[in-house]
Design a protein around this ligand. Structure first.
Ligand code: ATP
Ligand code: MG
Length: 359
């Protein structure tokens, strides 16, 4: 008889801007939960999955220093089959992180570098004439994969962005009237730069809603930056990830997903999520608040985090931990608020502080 291990082992709650917030109060697995998975096959598979996903964090750490909460956010997205937007200034290891994560999973992985001249067909695939058979045949684009790194998505024009976003939403590609299903899972991790450079195309607000989470990749604190330099001095080559092992599989993700579906959500938690969403709609600093779809996303992510933390129920703290990454891209500041220096995270923090937490 094995007791379920510390579920959040190695995981840090996402949604906090910097490692200064990565205190144990966010990472702490709660063993004292009264309800455990009963014995039996599903419970055992789920425990094994949780352990594999915990190991994954350490494995990613062999290439990427720190950025724990970003890794956890990506794992939550995998569990929810949700897409992720990674935002950070150049050179904070956004690309390296997703490449490394892909190496820790036995999943098909592809990367597309979004450039100004990329065409929709370069992403989705296109019909190609085959002279031998004198017929057109469909050549699959890079979206036909499990994990797609859409690197620097804001450097490509809207038409190509739209092709990707449509594939994300519909999980299929339609070319010349024929729909082709994408593999399952199909998860996009898109990176973008927060700074509007010349020649970049910001994603339209309406399409941002298609991302389950927006994770911010912060600059490292001093000690971690020193650790990055040390690795490089010792010959670390970010292009060579052959030392990274695949520690979790699609089966682990499926078992995890199954367990997340069984995570209990009490009425007080439902009420809390809705109260937070409603508060964003009433905030004088926001011109657009969170939609019911956004509230659903927050609950799904909080549930996955609850399970990763070793529990079979969601707490209001799980909801709090995921509020920023699940909601920050779904609210729109009023221009006046923006001029005064308000940020979505700041507004959300204010809302989290003022909406009563159920006990
Ligand atoms: N936390 C970190 N751990 C390990 N290496 C790091 C870290 N941060 C930066 N680096 C180093 O910086 C390099 C740049 O990272 P990467 O290309 O992934 O950044 P990026 O955020 O994708 O940048 P861009 O926005 O320009 O694409 C990495 O290959 C790595 O050598
Ligand atoms: Mg990059």
């Amino acid at each position: 008889m094995t007791t379920p291990g510390p579920g959040a082992q190695g995981h840090t709650a996402p949604g906090h801007a910097g490692p200064e917030h990565e205190g144990p109060e966010h990472a702490g697995p709660e063993h004292e939960g009264p309800e455990h998975e009963g014995p039996g096959h599903a419970g055992a598979a789920a425990d094994a999955a949780r352990e594999a996903l915990g190991t994954l964090r350490a494995e990613v750490g062999k290439a990427v220093v720190g950025q724990d909460s970003v890794v956890t956010g990506l794992v939550i997205a995998l569990l929810c089959r949700g897409h992720v937007l990674l935002e950070g200034v150049p050179g904070v290891a956004k690309t390296l992180l997703v490449r490394t994560l892909a190496a820790t999973l036995s999943l098909d992985f592809k990367r597309v570098q979004f450039t100004p001249d990329l065409m929709p067909g370069d992403v989705t695939g296109s019909l190609v004439y085959d002279a031998r058979t004198a017929e057109f045949e469909f050549r699959e684009g890079p979206v036909f994969t499990n994990l797609l790194l859409a690197d620097e998505i804001n450097r490509t024009p809207p038409k190509t962005q739209a092709a990707l976003l449509e594939a994300m939403e519909e999980r299929q590609v339609s070319v010349e009237g024929t729909a082709r299903k994408l593999p399952d899972p199909f998860i996009v991790a898109a990176t973008q730069n927060p700074i509007e450079y010349e020649g970049t195309y910001q994603l339209p607000e309406a399409q941002l809603d298609r991302f389950l989470l927006k994770l911010t990749v912060p600059l490292p604190p001093r000690d971690q930056e020193i650790a990055v330099l040390e690795r490089h001095a010792l010959g670390f080559d970010p292009r060579d990830l052959s030392h990274i092992k695949a520690v979790a599989s699609a089966a682990d993700l499926e078992a995890g997903r199954e367990a997340v579906r069984r995570v209990h959500v009490g009425p007080e938690v439902l009420g809390y999520v809705v109260d937070l969403a409603r508060a964003t709609r009433q905030s004088p600093s926001l011109q657009l608040g969170v939609s019911p779809r956004g509230a659903t996303a927050l609950l799904a992510a909080a549930r996955a985090w609850g399970w990763l933390s070793g529990r079979t129920y969601v707490t209001p703290d799980d909801v709090k931990a995921l509020a920023r990454p699940a909601l920050r891209h779904r609210v729109q500041l009023r221009p006046e608020a923006e001029l005064e220096g308000a940020t979505p995270d700041g507004i959300l923090d204010g809302i989290l502080a003022s909406v009563p937490v159920p006990r």
